[in-house]
Structures are given as structure tokens and as C-alpha cells.
Design a protein around this ligand. Structure first.
Ligand code: DGL
Length: 280
């Protein structure tokens, strides 16, 4: 790991509210959550880790996802963070209980529960759709979390091709629409709410909405997790409201055109982007 990270992570004497919020994802997609966090929590310093060397997680086994997620948390812990936001839906579905059991003293917020809560609260018909990576959908975690909250019907569909489309910036037009039809036609007319259970899907909102029709409400889990993070910080006297917070991005690999990619998901330029190696 780079020496810069060492020196920054050794600042451990800051008061509760001044400590940063840690966010991680399998790659750059989790910056959609950071974008929302920056809107809802403008004063917070954010440390973002994207495991770009090992993305995607969504096609990997539970065992591997848990191991990677643990290494991601270990990295963020060096920054004396006050809260961890798991921006990755795959990790939130497959490994969150594992992480919470292992790091009892850390408050770990995933994107799954806030999205589920919002869908259950706002659905009129009680018929909720969920789309995500293969690992997310196969975990069946959304189904159990939704059913635990009431007598709801849940329809799920993995949409793996949405990830490369969003990364390519191919989010509107013939090709993404064709792909969206292929995945979503089977849900059309059967649900009134659709959880966008993957970091990349908010970029395809327009296309997904066009295919699903205006009567289907799309739930952006990034937006929901940001609200939840604010609630937690406020209740625990940890909210930092003064000034504009800092954003530092750490990636396990610096891909070509990374600046363009980051901007696509984040909508701004972070203060710094550094490469890190996780200790396995
Ligand atoms: N970040 C992942 C998620 O939200 C999508 C990319 C991946 O498969 O790792 O599920």
C-alpha cells in the first residue's frame, strides 16, 4: 500500500463528527451512492474504495464475495471511519450479515434494506420487482426482506448486461432498450415498484422507465441509503454540517479512461484518486 494512505490513516484524534464516512464497492459504480451522499451529507469527508482490480463481484461465489468484502472493510478501517456504507448491492445481499457479525463495533449500512423499506412503504399494489446482478438475485435476500415486512409479491430478474452498458456510457438508444426489453418484458404490467438493485442501474433510469412504463416507480437505492446514513449520523451526534466535505477515491486498479468513468458515475471530480493494494 502507498505511504500516503499510511500517513492519512494515522490521524486518529479527530472528534466523532469530524471522522470520515467510508464507502466501498466492487468498482466505480458505487460512486452513484457517493453522488447521493454528497447531496444529502455535503459536510462529510468521504473515503471511497473501489475494488476495480477484482470487479465484478456479481458473478462470483458467496465465499469469494465475503472474502473480498472483508478486505475492503479492513482497508477503510484504517481511516478511523464513523460509518461504513456498503454501496455494492451484491455485497449488501450476500455478505452484510457476515460483515456485521465480524465488525460488531462498526455501524455498517448496506443498500439493500433502505431500498426494500422504501418499496414496501410506497407500493400500492403490493407487487414489487427487483433487478440486480446474478449473485444479488440468487441470494434471494430481497425476497426474504420484503416478505418479512408484509404480504407482498416479489418478482426478481438478474440483468448482468446493464453493468457493461453503463460503464460504456451506452445508457440510452436502441441497444440498451433492446437489452432492457429482453430482461424486463416479463415484469411489465405485473409490478408497480422496481428496486434498482445494482450500483450501475441508476444510469439507465430513462431506458428502464421507458420499457417499464410511467406507472412503475423506480427505486434508486443510493438515494435511500443516503437518507438512512443522514438519519444515523444525526441520531448519534455524528453529523458534520459545516463546510464542504472532502472526497478521496482509492482504487485497486487504475483503469484506462478512469477519470471519464469516475465522472460518469459521480458527476464531479474527486480531490484525489490513488491506487492501493489490499493486503490479503
Ligand atoms: N457493484 C455491483 C452491485 O451493485 C455491480 C458490479 C459487480 O458485479 O460487481 O451489485
Amino acid at each position: 500500500m502507498g505511504s500516503t494512505v499510511e500517513s492519512r490513516s494515522s490521524r486518529k484524534n479527530t472528534s466523532g463528527a469530524d471522522r470520515p464516512v467510508g464507502v466501498f464497492d466492487s468498482g466505480i459504480g458505487g460512486l452513484t451512492a457517493v453522488r447521493e451522499l454528497r447531496k444529502v451529507l455535503p459536510g462529510e469527508d468521504i473515503i471511497y474504495l473501489g475494488d476495480t482490480a477484482r470487479v465484478p463481484y456479481g458473478t462470483k461465489s458467496e465465499e469469494t464475495i465475503k472474502r473480498f468484502a472483508e478486505q475492503d472493510v479492513e482497508f477503510l478501517r484504517r481511516f478511523d471511519i464513523k460509518l461504513i456504507v456498503v454501496a455494492c448491492n451484491t455485497v449488501s445481499s450476500v455478505a452484510i450479515e457476515y460483515l456485521r457479525a465480524k465488525y460488531e463495533s462498526l455501524h455498517i449500512l448496506g443498500v439493500l434494506e433502505p431500498g426494500v423499506e422504501e418499496a414496501c412503504r410506497t407500493t400500492r399494489s403490493g407487487k414489487i420487482g427487483v433487478i440486480g446482478t446474478i449473485a444479488t438475485i440468487e441470494s434471494r435476500r430481497h425476497v426474504s426482506e420484503i416478505k418479512r415486512r408484509g404480504d407482498f409479491q416479489v418478482l426478481c430478474r438478474p440483468c448482468p448486461l446493464f453493468v457493461p452498458l453503463a460503464e460504456e456510457g451506452l445508457v440510452a438508444g436502441q441497444i440498451p432498450e433492446l437489452v432492457a426489453h429482453m430482461y424486463l418484458d416479463e415484469l411489465r404490467g405485473k409490478i408497480d415498484s422496481l428496486i434498482l438493485g445494482c450500483t450501475h442501474y441508476p444510469l439507465l433510469t430513462e431506458t428502464i422507465s421507458k420499457v417499464m412504463g410511467p406507472e412503475v416507480r423506480l427505486i434508486n437505492v443510493s438515494h435511500e441509503v443516503a437518507r438512512k446514513a443522514r438519519g444515523y449520523l444525526l441520531q448519534n451526534g455524528l453529523l458534520r454540517e459545516k463546510g464542504r466535505g472532502d472526497l478521496r477515491v482509492y482504487l485497486t486498479d487504475i483503469p484506462p479512461h478512469y477519470e471519464e468513468l469516475i465522472f460518469r458515475f459521480l458527476g464531479e471530480k474527486p480531490r484525489s484518486v490513488e491506487k492501493v493494494e489490499l493486503e490479503f
